[in-house]
Design a binder for this molecule. Sequence first.
Ligand code: BTN
Length: 242
Amino acid sequence: MTDIQPQHRHVPSCTSTSDLARAWAAHPVEPAAHGSWVTADYQTQGRGRRGRSWQAAPGENVLLSMVLRPSFPQSDAWQLGFLAALAVADVLEEGGLEPQLKWPNDVLVQGKKAVGVLVETVPAGALSSWAAVAGIGLNVNQEHFENADLLLYPPTSLYLATGWHWDIADVAQTVANALLLRVAQRDADGWEAVWPDWQRCVAHGAVLKRGNIKATLVDVNQDGSARVRLPDGTFAVWTSVE
Ligand code: BTN
């Protein structure tokens, strides 16, 4: 690990903040330190999990990607998505909301999706043995969403949930701080120290979709898998969803 200080870069527009963070992490001369982060007002090719796109109106939301160089092993990289979702939930709780974590990495507010998280492992460059980029899309002041009714969990924003506008730069900085804190906690104290906080916010009973199957979330196991109830009443353990 390095003692180079993390930095923040903001751009008005880009393909994806995760593209910029990836390139920065692997930069041959000045690679991004652990905790360096990128934000944008607008993404032309924002991406979500499982090949989906991430649409966000210009200048109304947090679009943030952070370079992470954890000291825990790369085999536990899956925990970063959980840590990122929990970090945003920490911030929303501080803001007076009651966020719920929908397995694996979404954050719900009032039963709708306010936050999406996409973690990608990336070429680490010279500074660490492995690295990842945690991309966070948090809907802040957006009022209208296209095709919202077609989604299993329609989008919402902090504005729609609270009725007031939030300072986007301030929310982004708070989320970045919270994510660094949660990764530091995992690095120092292990996953078992983080896990009870994650479990406290789980959206039990959430509907999950895998292919054509809709199941109900019963519980999340400490290894990150989900225990679900299938439509025929039987139980199964899922390690991924659509
Ligand atoms: C999902 O819910 O499928 C994950 C969405 C992740 C979106 C964020 S916005 C910032 C970063 N840049 C991207 O292109 N994606 C992530």
